[in-house]
Write a protein that binds this ligand. Sequence first.
Ligand SMILES: NC(=O)c1ccc[n+]([C@@H]2O[C@H](COP(=O)([O-])OP(=O)(O)OC[C@H]3O[C@@H](n4cnc5c(N)ncnc54)[C@H](O)[C@@H]3O)[C@@H](O)[C@H]2O)c1
Length: 249
Amino acid sequence: MSGRLHGRVAVVSGAANGLGKAAALRLAREGAHIEILDIKDASQAVSEIRELGVQAHSIICDCTDEAQVDRAVKEIDARHGVVDILVNNAGILTARKPWLTLTKEEVNRFVQINYIGYFVVTKAFYPLIKKSKTPRIIMVASRTYFLANPGQMAYVASKGAVMGMMRVLAKELGDDGIPVNAAMPGMVATPGTQEHSQDEAFNRVMGNQAIKKRVTPEHFAGLIAFLASDDAELITGQMILCDGGGYLH
Ligand SMILES: NC(=O)c1ccc[n+]([C@@H]2O[C@H](COP(=O)([O-])OP(=O)(O)OC[C@H]3O[C@@H](n4cnc5c(N)ncnc54)[C@H](O)[C@@H]3O)[C@@H](O)[C@H]2O)c1
């Protein structure tokens, strides 16, 4: 398979479903070999990816657990010896809940999965990413950080922390030539969002966009593939939205 990511090795967390799966399929379509980390079984995604003619594997892995992530690093090191593209995507979403009703445990759960998980995975894969001639780190974040949606404090805070991590890493990893960016989707229908939101909510969000078209996982996957490509070599420390102009900086 040829393509602009031909032969590169991409690790995508949370790619059993939703945005991660779409990103993994798109990177594969552009020629990358795919390694999926997910707490859920990702064998369906793996077989769809293999049909595209690239290598694909999935590892059951809780991204917040250092021992499990280290085991995944060893397995991928043995298979490929390098990681060119890391897409931190595994996360949890939420129904709206007034901040005063949140418990410390609930807030901590969002911080652990959505923020600490990205840190654990990035730190563990760094030695393999450093070996790449075309390294990329992409953090899937959320524009809710800008929107500051009432009722989403724990989620928004965890995703805001991801932006902070991304900005500092972009500077710290500059000497290694590793671009680090955050990609943010609009509200996209996925198993995660559909647990809490119905069609009416997706249409309402679309109604607030400049371009009134539902954002799909495939739209977002296109942004991920661009950030992974050679064209994005000098794009780093950026927060890029794919939301049809629903939020303008
Ligand atoms: N869909 C949207 O509208 C939207 C908007 C903004 C940001 N995001 C972000 O995009 C990412 C993907 O969201 P989605 O909508 O595809 O959600 P999803 O729930 O459909 O998929 C998330 C995947 O992450 C996995 N996962 C969760 N916790 C994990 C852990 N600890 N270790 C390993 N895997 C884990 C799940 O098993 C699942 O396969 C999330 O980080 C989310 O915050 C989504």
